[in-house]
Design a protein around this ligand. Structure first.
Ligand SMILES: [Zn+2]
Length: 389
């Protein structure tokens, strides 16, 4: 384990106070706390966007919801934090992981329709999804993975799953084969001072984990509260209830799609939890090799950490930002949100966009952003020609 992993913030070590469970139920089952988006347009229909004037290449990014994405280039795809269940907050004490025996028919149909829409098959029979990236062990990032694996949405012959040690423990406990799990991951992380080690999941796709932290779910009078507070699992355990799944080391990922000659064609960065510098910041030398084309940026709990999203946006300077994890995944479902978008309780999403707008206008570098609704596809056209130096 690298040195910097030892410097986890103190709130990870906090024992959760029983009152916070009550607070959780009050906050997260109360629709009245959901603030409306007033000025920010929501992308509700599949859309095409150009990242440059001249274009000669394309990539498709599909927002599932929470921090769940498909990124598809040609016939190859990367899947990140796939979460379709939107398990209701009132099942905090009783809800379990999604599996073949408890999945409702409408949820099963929804998952099949999304896979069909994005990869052209309701199950990944051809092995087009080269890798599944899990950013941390919380239910809304990991909870549907056992179902997706055992139902054939992930191809057992080809899929490579990347997640932290705690997540790897969970994967083993739900009979996901060792050959499908890439180990270790934490020792490959990039930080501002450590370059990190790329993980090749395909000759033309590589992944770089980036060390990050997870914003507290709530901050009251300066006290950080995490509803699922354990950082690392002591042993590989299969829990009964979704609230019990510990997150382990939270990771961001840089995802490179490569050209035939190994050069970088397109670069994406995913951040599934708001964080302070230096957490979530890859080494500058990595960014010097190729800038980030599209950043997938978490909105939830942004106000519980300092200078977010300003610092990370200034550091990465991507061409485009897709805001994610902004919708009410605790009191709703993907089909309901598609019809009537609602923001995540406890986060003032309108303020996030006000601050994002401000930092982008200060930077004055033409960075654009979108706020997609759940289950929405954006096809980006761009130029893969290298700039003359
Ligand atoms: Zn989380």
């Amino acid at each position: 384990m690298i040195e910097s992993i030892k410097f986890l913030p103190n709130y990870y070590k906090m024992k959760i106070h029983p009152c916070s469970y009550i607070l959780f139920l009050l906050l997260f089952t109360c629709q009245g706390f959901t603030n409306a988006l007033k000025s920010q347009p929501i992308l509700n229909k599949d859309t095409v966007l150009n990242l440059s004037k001249d274009v000669n290449d394309s990539i498709t990014i599909h927002y599932i919801g929470c921090s769940g994405f498909f990124i598809k280039k040609g016939k190859s795809a990367v899947l990140i934090d796939p979460y379709f269940s939107y398990t209701n907050a009132n099942t905090y004490f009783s809800g379990a992981l999604t599996n073949k025996s408890n999945i409702p028919v409408d949820l099963k149909n929804l998952i099949e329709s999304v896979f069909l829409h994005v990869i052209g098959d309701s199950l990944d029979r051809s092995g087009s999804i080269k890798t599944l990236l899990i950013t941390h062990g919380h239910y809304d990032h990991y909870g549907d993975v056992p179902y997706l694996y055992h139902s054939g949405h992930l191809n057992k012959d080809t899929i490579k799953i990347i997640g932290n040690n705690t997540v790897q423990g969970y994967l083993g406990e739900v009979q996901i084969a060792d050959r499908n799990i890439i180990k270790p991951v934490e020792s490959s992380v990039s930080t501002p001072s450590i370059e990190g080690k790329w993980i090749y999941v395909d000759p033309k796709i590589r992944i770089l984990p980036v060390l990050t932290e997870h914003a507290p779910n709530l901050k009251i009078l300066g006290i950080n509260i995490n509803f699922v507070p354990k950082n690392h699992e002591q042993e590989n355990t299969r829990h009964k209830y979704w609230r019990e799944y510990a997150m382990g080391q939270t990771l961001c990922y840089l995802i490179d799609f490569l050209n035939d000659d190994g050069s970088i064609n397109f670069r994406t960065y995913i951040n599934s939890a708001a964080s302070n510098f230096p957490y979530g910041f890859p080494a500058q030398v990595i960014l010097n090799q190729h800038p980030v084309d599209v950043t997938l940026l978490c909105v939830a709990s942004f106000n519980n950490v300092k200078n977010y999203p300003e610092d990370i946006v200034k550091y990465l300077k991507p061409k485009h930002i897709i805001a994610c994890h902004w919708e009410d995944f605790l009191n709703s479902s993907i089909p309901e949100l598609k019809k009537k978008p609602k923001t995540v309780p406890g986060t003032n999403v309108a303020v996030f966009f006000k601050r994002l707008d401000k930092v982008l206008s200060d930077l004055n570098s033409g960075i654009s952003f979108t706020l997609p609704n759940v289950n929405t596809t954006i096809k980006f056209f761009y130029s893969n020609k290298k700039l003359e130096k």
